[in-house]
Design a protein around this ligand. Structure first.
Ligand SMILES: Cc1cc2nc3c(=O)[nH]c(=O)nc-3n(C[C@H](O)[C@H](O)[C@H](O)COP(=O)(O)OP(=O)(O)OC[C@H]3O[C@@H](n4cnc5c(N)ncnc54)[C@H](O)[C@@H]3O)c2cc1C
Length: 379
């Protein structure tokens, strides 16, 4: 058994843990990152080569965070010398949107946008079909989550952080010294002034530990629902131009974005938000049903004539949901818990890393809506 001693131990090296490692190490703290699998594995939420960055939020909290996130993406790209975020523009359309209101709110939040009629949108993007007005904002795009994890863990390691793959934390408790003691399945012990839990869909495994740090015998975490979300890649037909990222709300919430290097030809990744079954990290099987695949193929056939509706590739990932849809980003003594719930957290990752570092160092207090126990402030 070996004993490590660090300022901050981070459990989980997905997008949130790796960005936290970069931000904390760059503030001069000694950091260890404990990851149960190889870094960049496909069992959680951060694998694949494309996630959308969009600023079309009606909610002022998230709208403001997209602007701050953009600054942190720029900083990460500058420091790593890697282009991670590619501008594509973003479209929001469909009858379940109040496009006029959303467009005005985006303008009020400082996000330039255009409101186009369905006809104007179809002229601009003949590879898509529109049934309602559409909002277009230019400062949307796609980024590569796996390259982001490589960039942030590399920067963290260069600043002295220890990245520990294949190190599963099986217990977390308060050491007699008042510090945090983490115990790995291999028998290692990590003693840290602070521990950060960025374990995504595995956060429920730490429910008792979080309660212990809060000095509470009852669970402190809000109830979490885990879903498996599937996405499919469709090749652009010959001669078709690449399309912006989009969200189309018409009874269901369909979304898409240009595929990354996980497929060999120009393609779009398309999915149906929340079509996945409720599951747990123990029982999920990554199996995609014919029904789930067919629903997306039918959508592409009807709404995206630019695409060949035969999927080139498919993938599944885990989405963690809180009852109110808000993130968890809170501190309880020496324990910080960060879970970007509801399937839209990736775009905020470099900012979440910074917010985690602020909680650890005491530079900021938790955002009330992101507190674990937020009964009074939940919306
Ligand atoms: C299919 C899909 C599409 C998405 N699309 C978008 C999008 O377009 N735009 C957007 O903004 N967001 C999107 N999201 C959401 C976004 O990807 C997630 O919010 C983000 O990846 C969550 O990262 P995380 O680090 O919290 O979790 P994870 O990436 O799951 O990382 C958690 C890590 O903790 C590790 N771990 C767990 N338990 C332990 C333990 N006991 N010991 C050590 N390590 C442990 C796990 O192995 C894992 O590596 C999407 C999500 C999915 C699933």
């Amino acid at each position: 058994m070996s004993i490590h001693r660090v300022d901050v131990a981070i459990v989980g090296a997905g997008l949130m843990g790796s960005c936290a490692a970069w931000q904390l190490a760059s503030r001069g703290l000694t950091v260890a990152v404990l990851e149960a699998y190889e870094v960049g594995h496909d069992h959680g939420s951060s694998h694949g080569r494309s996630r959308s960055f969009r600023r079309a939020y009606a909610d002022p909290l998230y709208a403001a965070m997209t602007g701050l996130a953009l600054e942190q993406w720029q900083r990460l790209q500058d420091e790593s010398g890697t282009q991670l975020l590619t501008g594509t523009g973003g479209i929001d359309h469909g009858p379940d949107y109040d496009t006029e209101t959303l467009s005005s709110l985006m303008t009020a939040h400082g996000v330039p946008n255009e409101l186009l009629s369905a006809r104007q949108a179809e002229i601009r993007w003949p590879g898509m079909r529109f049934e309602t007005d559409a909002i277009f904002h230019t400062c949307a795009g796609v980024f590569d989550p796996e390259s982001t994890i490589v960039a942030t863990t590399s920067l963290a390691a260069a600043a002295g952080a220890e990245i520990m793959p294949m190190t599963r934390v099986v217990d977390a408790n308060v050491a007699p010294s008042g510090e945090v003691a983490l115990h790995s399945s291999g028998g290692d012990q990590i003693i840290a002034d602070f521990a950060v839990l960025t374990t995504g869909a595995w956060l429920p495994d730490f429910s008792s530990a979080v309660a212990e740090f809060a000095g509470n015998s009852e669970p402190v975490l809000p109830p979490l629902t885990i879903r498996q979300q599937q996405t499919f890649h469709f090749a652009l037909r010959p001669g078709e131009d690449s399309l912006p990222t989009f969200v189309h709300k018409n009874g269901k919430q369909m979304y898409g974005m240009p595929s990354g290097s996980d497929v060999p030809v120009p393609a779009m990744k398309v999915g149906c938000f929340h079509d996945g079954d409720v599951t747990t990290t123990e029982v999920r099987d990554q199996r995609i049903t014919d029904e789930q695949r067919q629903a997306v193929v039918d959508y592409v056939s009807e709404w995206m004539p630019a695409l060949d509706p035969t999927p080139l590739a498919e993938s599944s990932g885990l989405i963690t949901m809180t009852p109110d849809g808000d993130f968890i980003l809170d501190r309880s003594g020496p324990l910080v818990v960060a879970a970007t719930c509801s399937g839209h957290g990736a775009k905020f990752a470099p900012l979440i890393g910074s917010m985690i570092a602020d909680l650890v160092t005491g530079a900021a207090q938790p955002t009330p809506r992101f507190q674990m126990d937020r009964g009074a402030s939940a919306h």
